[in-house]
Design a protein around this ligand. Structure first.
Ligand SMILES: [Zn+2]
Length: 403
């Protein structure tokens, strides 16, 4: 690479791209509604493809609609070094989540072109289809099929809430390609720049987050069965009250995180009581539990404590409890060499950096199963994301992009 002065990106140009992209599916509050495979998704893809072709890139898309824009390298036999993320958004999403990572790839290509820099490997910019999972669930479908974690046919036939089929909608927007999705498209390495979507970098006044990995998460459904009875005639000591058991379990789950320490996170996000009537002792409560940590052994310990808490409370309150684990996403450790490259570049920039673990899922999680991968975080205002007021500034991402 050339000296630092000539190989820096142009933050104003990248900012301009963010603004241009933000016009497609713009919401009143300055955010985005650009659901996967919607007409807005088509528009932003067409705009992006045009921008890439203007830089001399060859653009291809696979059968899942994942979009690959390639700038040739000196050695065409080498696998591409990829930079990417996603262009879709939540229904009330922000302009930066995902979009920054894709457009940063375009800015890197523009910078290389501008300075006539040749690379050994091809450089590829990737837009993964449906990262958000807002319209078609689950999330991270394009990268999930690419990595062989999700079934292609299952995804192509999944439906949105209006009954529309993924594969047909993809066809309709004109981005269903012929390329087989997955290992037919090897990557040398993959880098994803993303807003942190949390408050840590901003609070500690750090500019670059060197992301070592993504924490593991386990999701549980818990159903508590008690006995419905009259609120006015059933003495307290003769009740089998599912809500009281639920309340004690919520507290126990919250305490569990403190007992484990080391960054353990626990959440009880859903609680439904039946029959949900003010003068009936609840017979049943359905609730969910979300456990997160970077270590599998710690997650195992958390799960054990959760099981103990449920059984202790249930026997004390004379209700029965059924705990089902319905999702287990193991912790991800990104490739040491890729993370090292990010760390070195960040150090060289002289700006404050911090080692960080991602609390949220990203395309890089799946891609890391089939290619060496790493992520770079930049702060976002007040740690807010998945919200129209999501914000980041050119200063921060320019620092994160000194190649
Ligand atoms: Zn994202």
């Amino acid at each position: 690479m050339e000296n630092e002065m000539t190989s820096k990106i142009n933050p104003a140009r990248l900012w301009n791209d963010i603004i241009e992209s933000g016009k497609i599916g713009a919401t009143e509050k300055g955010g985005l509604c650009r659901l996967a495979l919607s007409d807005e998704d088509r528009q932003v893809r067409e705009w992006f493809v045009e921008s890439c072709r203007a830089e001399g890139c060859e653009v291809r898309f696979d059968e899942l609609g994942n979009l690959f824009s390639r700038r040739p390298g000196r050695q065409p036999d080498l696998h591409p070094i990829a930079i990417g993320s996603h262009l879709d958004s939540q229904p009330t999403g922000g302009k930066f989540d995902g979009i920054l990572g894709v457009l940063a790839g375009l800015e890197v290509v523009r910078t290389l072109n501008e300075h006539g820099i040749e690379t050994e490997h091809p450089v590829e910019i990737i837009d993964w289809t449906n990262e958000e999972g807002a319209r078609f669930a689950p999330a991270m479908q394009g990268s999930g099929v690419f990595a062989g974690v999700l079934e292609k046919e299952t995804i192509l036939s999944c439906r949105d809430r209006d009954g529309r089929v993924f594969g047909e909608e993809l066809q309709k927007i004109g981005f269903r390609g012929d390329d087989v999705c997955g290992h037919h498209h090897p990557l040398d390495s993959y880098f994803e720049l993303h807003i942190e979507q949390g408050p840590i970098l901003e609070a500690e006044e750090k500019v670059i987050g060197v992301v070592g990995g993504v924490q593991g998460m386990r999701w549980y459904d818990l159903t508590l069965e008690g006995r419905a009875s009259h609120a006015g005639t059933t003495p307290m000591e003769m009740r089998s009250d599912a809500s009281v058991a639920a309340a004690e379990i919520i507290i126990a789950v919250n305490r569990l995180a403190g007992e484990i320490g080391e960054g353990a996170l626990t959440t009880t996000g859903v609680i439904d009581a039946y029959p949900n009537s003010r003068n009936v002792v609840p017979s049943r409560v359905f609730m969910t539990v979300d456990l997160r940590h970077t270590g599998i052994e710690i997650l195992d310990r958390m799960e054990k404590k959760l099981e103990e808490a449920v059984s202790t409370v249930c026997s004390l309150r004379e209700v029965s409890g059924t705990l089902d684990r319905l999702w287990d996403s193991p912790p991800v450790k990104f490739d040491a060499e890729c993370v090292g490259a990010v760390r070195e570049a960040a150090k060289k920039s002289g700006h404050p950096l911090r080692e960080i673990t991602s609390g949220a899922g990203h395309d890089a999680v799946y891609v890391s199963r089939v290619a060496p991968a790493a992520m770079i975080f930049i702060p976002c205002k007040d740690g807010i994301s998945h919200n129209e007021i999501e914000s980041a500034t050119p200063d921060t991402w320019a620092l994160a992009h000194r190649y």
